[in-house]
Ligand binder design. Structure first.
Ligand code: PMP
Length: 381
């Protein structure tokens, strides 16, 4: 059978590690989700959703009251001034990205940060688009212009720029200067910006700026409830579209993809956002993440390994010199029962890197680190 995209290219090494890491005794540091339990209020909200009858189809763009609560949240927290009619509730951040790429990207070229979330290339390929990696720290006017010129020579245009701040995997946070340069480029060359802000609540150093708070008419912003509320299974995210017309088009795409996101999940999302339930625990999670990073930093220093501590997000991204991350991850899983994400999946020059989740209870995190480094030491001998 012939499909419009190459299946072999959309399955990553990390997908394979995650699929293999099923046994309960495995320390799972490969996952992109906080391991903390979700707030009790979320369980109550789910029961309430049924009692209130949120069990039927909703409008394809999502419940009106949820979109209003999101619009208030965007104004308060992200300084994005937007109307509920420009918001589409989606099946997670992944569902959001898929709708956007389906709308704008077929046959087009999109830039993504290097390193960047390992699923971007797959989601882009599923949408039958092409991608170019751009060094995350150099992401700015000049680098984009250079990428565009390279594409022009091949008769192609640059359609959209993906940014992800705080970043998965590096925890990098884009500076205001960088965001402004990216906006200037997008304006000068009629490109769209897709700003993935699913880690907005995990700020360890500095502050989070939503690019759409500076200017929004070429920006799609993607948010998710997965990380902030430890609700990866809820499958609720949302898009802030550049304008009402584009929001309508995304809504029609969603209608004919899945009709609407799950009704009672949307109700849970409404309670989370309206009642700001993250405020009761997020700073506690951030202290745990910082504590874990300190431990890792000490252990890496002992081995003379230099790395950059994350400024945000829920990951540690570091090199293990002289390893092949693909081989290392599978051997580590088998021999030490620890699952990690494979650096090679995150861009073009990360063969010796691994990514681990820091949003994990410290005892588990420490045990995981000890096993990773023990195995690393063993293979160095
Ligand atoms: N963007 C980034 C950068 C992510 O890391 C993830 C999840 N790993 C997502 C989007 C999507 O998450 P979800 O579909 O669970 O909202």
């Amino acid at each position: 059978m012939h499909w419009s995209f190459d299946f072999k290219r959309i399955i990553t090494h990390t997908d394979r590690v995650i699929a293999k890491a099923k046994a309960p005794d495995i320390i799972k540091l490969s996952w992109g989700e906080p391991a903390f339990p979700p707030s009790k209020k979320i369980r109550e909200a789910l029961l309430e959703a049924f009692n209130k009858g949120y069990t039927r189809y909703t409008p394809p763009a999502g419940l009106q009251e949820l979109r209003e609560a999101i619009s208030d949240k965007l104004r308060r927290k992200n300084k994005i001034d937007t109307d509920p009619s420009e918001i589409i509730v989606t099946v997670g951040g992944t569902g959001a990205l898929h709708l956007i790429f389906r709308l704008i990207a077929k046959g087009e070229v999109i830039t993504i940060p290097n390193p960047g979330w390992f699923a971007y290339p797959s989601v882009i390929r599923v949408a039958e688009a092409n991608l170019v990696w751009i060094d995350e720290k150099k992401y700015g006017y000049e680098a984009l212009q250079k990428a565009r010129e390279g594409l022009k020579r091949k008769g192609k245009e640059l359609k959209a720029i993906v940014i992800n701040s705080p970043s998965n995997p590096s925890g990098y946070i884009f500076s205001e200067k960088q965001l402004k340069e990216i906006l200037d480029f997008a304006e000068d060359y009629s490109a769209y910006i897709i700003s993935d802000e699913v880690y907005e609540d995990f700020i360890l150093e500095g502050k989070h700026i939503s690019i759409a708070s500076i200017k929004k008419d070429c920006v799609f912003t993607v948010f998710s409830l997965s990380k902030t509320y430890a609700l990866t299974g809820l499958r609720i995210g949302y898009i802030v579209a550049p304008d009402k017309q584009i929001a309508k088009e995304l809504t029609i795409l969603q209608l004919h993809t899945c009709v609407c996101p799950t009704s009672f999940a949307q109700y849970v999302a409404l309670v989370c956002i309206r009642d700001r339930i993250e405020e009761e625990y997020i700073s506690k999670w951030i202290s745990v993440i910082k504590e874990n990073i300190q431990y890792l930093d000490k252990k890496l220093k002992e081995r003379g390994i230099t790395w950059e501590k994350p400024k945000g997000g829920i990951y540690a991204w570091f090199p293990l010199p002289r390893i092949d991350s693909k081989k290392f991850a599978f051997e580590l899983l088998e021999k030490k029962k620890v699952a990690v994400a494979v650096g090679a999946d995150f861009g073009t020059k990360w063969d010796e890197y691994i990514r681990i989740t820091t949003a994990v209870e410290p005892e588990i995190f420490r045990e995981g680190i000890d096993r990773i480094l023990q195995y690393y030491d063993e293979i160095q001998k």
